[in-house]
Structures are given as C-alpha cells and as structure tokens.
Write a protein that binds this ligand. Structure first.
Ligand code: ADP
Length: 500
C-alpha cells in the first residue's frame, strides 16, 4: 500500500525547535503547581512519546481557581472596565497571538498531531479573527428603554454572568480556548477553563499571552486535568455561574446533570454530530470528490462537523466512489511537521483504537471496505483514510460519531427520501448539499434540522456567523454577537418618572 511509504516520515519527527515553556496551572495570574503536587503526561501523538509533564488540577485546584475568578469579578478591575477598554486589551491579545503564531502553531502540532500548515494557517488565523471580532463587539452591546403604563420607565441592561466555567476538547485546542475565553472576557466575566488532558499546552501558552496583554489577574484561570475530576468539579461547582462545554454528547449529558444537581447554572453545549453531505447527480463530479474528501478527512476526521454520512445519488454512485477512492489514496500521511503532509496521527491511543474498532464493526456489519482500514507505521496513532461503500442507514458506522478518518458512503434515489434519511439522526449539527438546482438546495437547507447548512461547499466558517447544534448536537450559539450575549445576563430596571 502506498501509504506505508509516506508513513515512513512519521518515524522521523522533527523537533519543534521551540522549548515548551508552560506546564503548570495558571491561577490568579501565576503559573503554579497543583496543590497535590500531582502531574500527568502529555504525549506526542506522532510518536506516542512523552512530550511534557503537566500539573494536574483536581477539586482543590478548581476551588482555588474559582475563588480567584470570583475575587476578580467582585473586586475588579476586569468587569468594571468599559467594553472599549476590554476590547483594547483583547486586541492586544490578538496582536500577541499573531506575534507568536509560529510558536503557537508548533506547540499545537506537537500536542495534537495536526499538520503544521493547518495549525498555523487555519487554527491560529481563525483564532486571531475570533478575538478581534469579540473585541469589536465589547463596546457595542446595548439594552433598550421602555415606557410603561403609569408613571414608569424601564431599561434593560446586559451584565456579565460572573464566573464562567469552560471545558473544551482536544480537536481544535487553540480555537476552542479562544472561543470560550475571548467571549467570556469581552462580556466582562472571569473564567476558569479546563483544556482537554490530551492537549493542555497551547492553552497555557495563551494564558501567558493574555496576561502580557493586560487581562487582569484572576480574570482568566487555566486548570489542565482530567474530565471526571477537574472537569466534573467545574460542572458541579456551586460558585460558577454558567458552564460552557464542548465535547462528546455523552459527557455533555453529564455536564447538564451536574449543573442541574448543583446550583442550576445555565449550560451551553457544543456536542457531536453525524452530518450528511449530499451529492446530487447534477453536481460537478470532481468538485464533489474534493469537497467530500475535505469534509471527512480534514483534521483526520476529528471534527464535530465532519461530513460523516456521504449520500450519493444512484446514477453517479459508481463514478463518485471510484474517484473518491483515488483521491483518498493520494492523501499524504506522515510527520505533521513535514511540508506537504496532509494527514497526521489521531490524537491519542483511545481515539486510535476507537476508530479501528469502528472499522471492524463496518466490516462485520457488511459494508464494503474499498480503501484504507489499517493503522500506519510502527509508532504514533496514524490511521489510513478509509472508505466504506454499501453502507446502510442502521449500521454503526452510519449512526455513531466515529471521530476518525472513516468515510461512509450511502446511496439515495430521490430528494424526498434523502431528506427523511438525512434528518433521521439524533444529531443536528451540520449538513451540506452539492447541486446546481437552487430549488433543491433551498428545500434541503430549510428541511434539515441542523445548525449549519452549506450549499456547494463544506467546512466554511466565519467568526461572525452563528455556530451551534440542533437536537443532541447541543444548544447555545457561538460566533458573532451571539457569543457575547450568551455570556451575559439581561437585567431590567424600572423606576417612576416624576411629573410625566
Ligand atoms: P473525547 O471522548 O472525544 O475525549 P470528551 O467529551 O470526553 O471527548 O472530552 C471533552 C472534554 O470533556 C475534555 O476536556 C474532557 O476532559 C472533559 N470531560 C470528560 N469527562 C468529563 C466529565 N465526566 N465531566 C466533565 N468533563 C469531562
């Protein structure tokens, strides 16, 4: 198999060239050891070797971080700054992200395994845009005035919640950190955030940059650690006012339960997906193959929005499948630091094994494995881009979120049949249709119970366009003004008017 050749590069991982500077908890503006002194290992997914030993937060550290965040909220200065001043500091943070983009990108690729090109030109660049977007909104959030019956007037004012808790995943560590932190801070909150245990390094690095930019001590706290301990203690904390979670639907449910059982803190959830990509017979075949390939294999399939149900219309099914296989075979696997490499390792052994298990289940349930299906190389967590055809709607590979490079191709005949099947999922994150027929495209767009519909494209995001899920893909919207308002309370103030 041609993939073994490319994979040889994976045995020769380039050192990043930057030392790893930050491995401690960031609480109240300082890098500190865990109270327990405990640490955990962050591994390099390209080699499986130790990358860094990182301080491990547990309940006591989360409590300490929440105390610092509460104090920063009660005593300021952060929430007392004007929106304009907070925006200026966030713009400075964006400048520092830009000035350190190479180091950040290297760190991300070391810790997560994604190709350096993606870390540098997608994740960091989108992160900077996001910070500047919320920084710009910070001084533009306004309430309303009301003239009441009788001699009363009312005004509504937006206020920060107080202390935000955030728990984020490992697939876009820089970007998810920024989405949560920049939105919370722009709105005037303080925040305690737990990066995923697989990828704690860029979060700590960005905490140092935020401090340098002028984010006041205690306004931002970063507590690396494990989900069931540090994460769970954020979700169930009595002094956290809102919790934002991004990750699996299974854990999202635990977060909501913990929030309900503790102080009824509101929750926002960005969860999993099983997004349909629909290729109609009038679509340009080569473009469709490109889009389908990117929709699923981008980020080694580790996207909540991955186009993981590829529906192809009957008359072009064979032609599409042949070209899709050709394309998948050409994907360059290997050392994510090497120029030209498009496909790095899965993030860790758990995800690696889970993906291989799904590949076995696809075979066992009778889908046809037409390319890929194997791990690559002797070290690290590399898996070949894999394509199954003859996938049936009820097979596990068509219903479950795999979060790996496994394309499941299904056949459809008519649009009406397709819309029913595309909607027949517990998830509702995204969908896409490729067609030249504008009526078909818009019928599809309006019929799908999902948060984002792409027409003739896929994975196109913007910091200003609302993003979030329907159904069990979660609720709450990020990006744009919505990201700020979701971190704010709306208060009404009513008072009599003299002599009116
Ligand atoms: P995955 O299985 O893909 O790693 P998770 O949903 O488990 O996705 O992880 C996303 C984030 O949720 C990570 O930061 C993880 O540490 C955290 N997490 C996992 N389990 C829990 C839990 N029981 N309570 C709170 N957070 C958790």
């Amino acid at each position: 198999d041609g993939h073994d050749m490319h994979a040889a590069a994976a045995t020769n991982i380039q050192p990043a060239g930057f030392p790893i500077k930050y491995t401690k908890l960031f609480i109240d503006g300082e890098f500190v050891d865990a109270i327990s002194g405990k640490t955990f290992q962050s591994l390099n997914p390209s080699t499986g070797e130790l990358l860094a030993t990182v301080a491990e937060a547990d309940v006591a550290d989360v409590n300490k971080a929440v105390k610092a965040a509460r104090k920063a909220f009660e005593e300021g200065p952060w929430p007392r700054l004007s929106g304009y001043e907070r925006g200026r500091i966030l713009h400075k943070f964006a400048d520092l992200l830009e000035q350190n983009e190479d180091e950040l990108a290297h760190l991300e690729t070391l810790d997560n395994g994604k190709p350096l090109f993606n870390s540098r030109y997608m994740d960091v660049v989108s992160g900077v845009k996001y910070v500047r977007m919320v920084a710009g909104w910070a001084d533009k959030v306004t309430g309303q005035t009301f003239k009441l019956d009788g001699p009363y007037q009312g005004i509504s004012v937006y206020e920060p919640y107080g202390v935000i808790g955030a728990i984020i995943p490992w697939n876009f560590p820089i970007l998810m950190f920024i989405v949560k932190v920049a939105s919370s801070l722009a709105a005037g909150n303080s925040i305690v955030i737990k990066p995923a245990e697989q990828t704690p390094l860029t979060a700590l690095y960005m905490a140092a940059l935020a401090k340098q930019a002028g984010v006041s001590d205690g306004a931002l706290n970063v507590v690396p650690g494990f989900g069931p301990i540090a994460g769970a203690s954020i979700a169930s904390h009595m002094d956290i006012d809102k919790v934002g979670f991004m990750g699996s639907t299974h854990v999202g449910r635990l977060i909501m339960e913990a929030a309900a059982k503790s102080n009824l803190k509101p929750v926002s959830l960005e969860l999993g997906g099983k997004s349909p990509l629909v290729i109609c017979e009038d679509a340009d075949l080569d473009t469709a193959v490109e889009i389908a390939n990117g929709s699923l294999f981008f980020n080694m399939g580790q996207c909540c929005t991955a186009g993981s149900r590829t529906f192809v219309q009957e008359s072009i099914y064979e032609a599409f499948v042949n070209k899709a296989i050709e394309k998948a075979k050409k994907i360059v696997i290997g050392d994510p630091f090497k120029v030209g490499v498009e496909h790095g390792p899965q993030v860790d052994e758990k995800q690696f094994k889970k993906t291989l298990d799904y590949i076995e289940s696809g075979k066992a349930e009778g889908a046809r494995l037409l390319t890929g299906g194997h791990s690559v190389g002797k070290q690290g967590y590399f898996i070949e881009p894999t394509i199954f055809t003859d996938v049936k709607d009820d097979m596990k590979i068509a219903t479950d979120e795999i979060f790996g490079p496994v394309m499941s191709i299904l056949k459809f005949k008519t649009l009406d049949e397709l819309i029913k099947r595309a909607n027949d999922s517990k998830y509702g994150l995204a969908a896409s249709i490729l067609t030249k027929d504008i009526d078909v495209a818009h019928k599809f767009a309006r019929s799908l119970r999902v948060g984002t519909v792409w027409i003739n494209c896929y994975h196109v995001y913007d910091q200003s366009v609302p993003f979030g899920g329907y159904k069990m893909s979660g609720f709450g919207r990020e990006h744009g003004l919505a990201s700020l308002l979701s971190h704010m309370q709306l208060k009404s103030i009513i008072y009599p008017l003299k002599d009116s």
